[in-house]
Design a protein around this ligand. Structure first.
Ligand code: ADP
Length: 263
């Protein structure tokens, strides 16, 4: 059964002031989830009301990155999302017991996402982030249907070859009529102890992707920023303390905070 219009999805309404960002990537491991939680925490730290929907069904990692171990609570028909670092978080991982693999087909994913968006009580939000699974799957299409006003942020590495797969993730927007808000390049370089920088994964991928997507979607897609490799980012993720809060002066945090300012 679908959601009734009265209940609806508040973030869907044309009058809703909530900015909705769907964070996408071509492949896994490029830092999509790390970017999502840090941008969310950066906006929350500025006083905005922020939520995250972790829709990365196969690799849900948002609860761990946010340091959340508690389950959502239920009040009548409503699901109350746990809150960490002033961000309300709901994850598909909170509904899976143990380490069971999730083997859902498209319609089940769609229903799960729809339930998240209708039954989870986020209250009024200024910004809602969706952490999409990597690639161009059913979830991205469901998000487009359920939240047509969601804007897409594409995370990629500097490897130009990786831009091809990332381009497909962004190009879905043409089919769905969504806006691509920008490209974020992650793992752009590593600063060595002697102060020199090393481009471990090559360079130019973010710029190439932004240019190509601008052509594909036929409107300007900005490169919002380049985030360096930073041990503090990985460590913060491992202990559930996002770097923008735990080490705001570290190189990756500075880059992430500058990107958050552009949203
Ligand atoms: P994805 O969501 O794309 O699969 P994650 O955000 O889970 O990627 O990141 C994958 C791994 O890489 C994590 O261990 C994360 O801490 C690490 N990582 C991501 N970005 C950086 C970075 N800029 N510097 C250091 N480690 C990073």
């Amino acid at each position: 059964k679908g959601s009734t219009p009265e209940r609806g999805i508040p973030f869907n309404a044309a009058s809703s002031l909530t900015r909705v960002y769907a964070v996408a990537s071509g492949k896994g491991g490029v830092g999509k989830s790390s970017v999502t939680v840090n941008l969310a925490c950066a906006l929350a730290a500025k006083g905005l009301r922020v939520g995250i929907v972790d829709a990365d069904i196969y690799g849900f990692s948002v609860p761990a990155l946010m340091g959340i171990t508690q389950a959502p609570t239920r009040v009548d028909e409503m699901i109350l999302p746990p809150v960490a670092h002033d961000v309300k978080v709901i994850s598909i991982g909170m509904f899976v017991t143990g380490n069971q693999p999730v083997a859902w087909r498209g319609p089940m994913l769609h229903r799960a996402l729809e339930q998240f968006l209708t039954d989870v009580y986020f209250g009024d939000l200024d910004a809602l982030f969706l952490d999409l699974p990597p690639g161009t799957g059913d979830v991205a299409i469901s998000v487009a249907q359920l939240l047509p006003k969601a804007e897409i942020l594409v995370v990629t590495t500097p490897q130009v070859a990786a831009a091809d797969v990332a381009e497909r993730a962004g190009a879905i927007a043409v089919q769905t009529g969504q806006k691509v808000a920008g490209v974020i390049e992650n793992m752009s370089f590593l600063t060595l102890p002697d102060g020199t920088t090393m481009e471990l994964f090559g360079s130019g991928g973010g710029e190439v992707l932004a240019k190509r997507l601008s052509q594909t979607v036929n409107s300007s897609v900005p490169l919002l920023g380049a985030i360096p490799l930073d041990v503090a980012l990985r460590e913060g993720g491992d202990i559930g303390a996002p770097i923008v809060l735990a080490h705001p002066k570290s190189p990756a945090a500075v880059a992430l905070l500058a990107i958050a300012d552009k949203l």
